[in-house]
Design a protein. Sequence first.
Length: 747
Amino acid sequence: MDTLKGTVKSIIYRNAENGYSVIEVTDDNGDERTVVGPLPLITIGERAEFTGDWVEHPAYGPQLKAKESKTIAPASLSALISYLGSGLIKGVGEATARDIVSTFGMDTLNVLENEPERLREVPGIGRLRANKIAESFAMQKGMRDVMLSLQEFGITVAQSMKLYNTYGALCIAKLKENPYRLIDDIEGIGFITADKLAVKAGFEPDSPFRIKAGLKYTLQWARQEGHTFLPREKLLSVACQLLHVDTLPAEEMLDELIISGDVLYKLIDNTDAVFLPGMYSAESECARRLVGIASRDGMQLMLGINAQINALEKELKIPLAPQQRKAVETALKNGAMVITGGPGTGKTTILKFIIRLIERMGLDYQLCAPTGRAAKRMSEATGAEARTIHRMLGYGTSGDRFLYDEDNPLLTDVIIVDEMSMVDVLLMRSLLRATPSGTHLIMVGDADQLPPVGPGNVLRDVIASGVVPVIRLTDIFRQAERGMIVENAHRINDGKQPNLFANADDFRFEEIVGAEQIIRRVITLCSGKTNKLMTTEPIKDAQVLVPMKKGALGAINLNARLQAALNPPSPYKKERKQGEMILREGDKVMQIKNDYKIPWKRAKSGEEGTGVFNGDLGTIERINLSEQEVTVLFDDERAAAYDYSMLDELNLAYASTVHKSQGSEYPVVIMPIAGGAPQLMTRNLLYTAVTRAREQVFMLGSSKCIYDMVDNNQIRHRYSALKCLLMELDTIVLNGSSHEPTDRDDT
């Protein structure tokens, strides 16, 4: 590594949270150099030694990327004046710094540290001011000493900043007392980091602090896996394997956590369930609010339901099948309901009828879906405006929270939610909080698709509870329109083998052996070198979907191969390395999280707004190296600018996992399949992939693997309590009112 010694001339930029700084240094030869890195304590006028690697910035030239730095006493009187007058010490400006240095010369720092009472020798400095200067210098030195001590524990500069801002001078004492408290107190520090610190602090593997933290960490891991609780025995088993401790001390610490309220115990369906308090709170609140909505009367019609439906059938020239008519009637008669069914079963037609009837009654309504692409599809299908649930609830307009909640509910008569299979329990709670008394809730979704990425199993639990009427749509109405896609989707969902060799235009399959051969064929299809796809713009219209991220046929490798083939490096295209991924002008990219603060603009209309959503697809239009900014043009003509610090919100999107495609629909889906882990290669994953295609599915690889996926109906069990909590509360409501149980049998 390279070393640079010099005096800090200026601080160009500093991030207050993590200490990342861009500073200008005058080296010993008088040349100005730029140093970047985590340098939270470096001050103007300070003489320092920096160790790191020289890198070439495309706009700003050579920079030393510092990994370490240490302070060296200022080498001259002028440097000492600059150092003290930089704002480092409260009450000392440039004039006072000159006076202090004039009095003590190069012995100034020794006086400040060891004989601060001598500051009264400086003209104009009295007792109170001398004390203030001495305290400020001691505090700054104390902070530096603590930060350096924290480095010895292997803590990063950013983490050290957070620790010092939280604990101050007590950092080391708090860390040595119980490093696991950092998990709760410091954002960004989890069990693994705390465990490493504990080892360096001398904690034993069977420390009560460690076992308790490990039990809570296991529940947090379970939440990330989609569970809202774990059975007691499973929690102990997983935690003991993680911690390498015996069961008995883990049981004792779990009991202590339950007594203290750090975790919550409840009997759920004859299972000893252990929750993080927040998870139980979310599910129990969802249950309470949904039962309240379901117990309300239906909408009041000006005329009879049948008469209005008959009139609308004639007007729209769409006769409703008995299942569809029943769904419309149920929606208007009940406070809450679920409509579930696969592709082509008439969900869109039902929604159109419900919306038109609501409008005729003069009622207000809101349409929403979990993702931006799902909301866009809902708008296109119904002809009415739909928004993401987050946008409807006003997320981000009042900081990182929802504008609409129980204290400020949505003023609407009806809320219709599409793609309910994607809604997790935390988002459901926020939605129900904003649903006021008297508002009706219609939930639409395909219960056979993959569960939500977040915790809980809301749609399936609501259906299984029997608390709200459920209309299951089974008849296929759009088979003629969508042909083999719809037929094969239903065959897969019913556990029947799909017809792979019907040679239909909208559903094709090619048997190909070997991952490399499959990849080459995918590249050929996506590059437009074949007329077998039902599009002339495969990069724009075709989406490659795969079961997993890793492996030869995983999304990561396919993205790299497709990028190299479809958008190779060029002297005319700027690019930016982001982790292991390269982003290049012209790349197809996907937003991978909801961000309601990113501003965007439509060039043609001049319309401006904020918010880019999980699943939105676009193309990198421009990379501005000097401004360190990447501009993405999304499919709906919104142009959004990302600075380099935000690029972790983007992924290459030539290929995507099936999970990431939920709620989206593409003209053409290309799906290479040649094997994988059994827990991924399942029937509902295959079904979800096929139902993402609007015009064509093109599968290639192993027919045996596809048939095995259909036979693998292994649905990964999720531990969730919503169904049981709903049933418990519903029983209480039914026993305490005249509500008829037969209302729930209209399914």
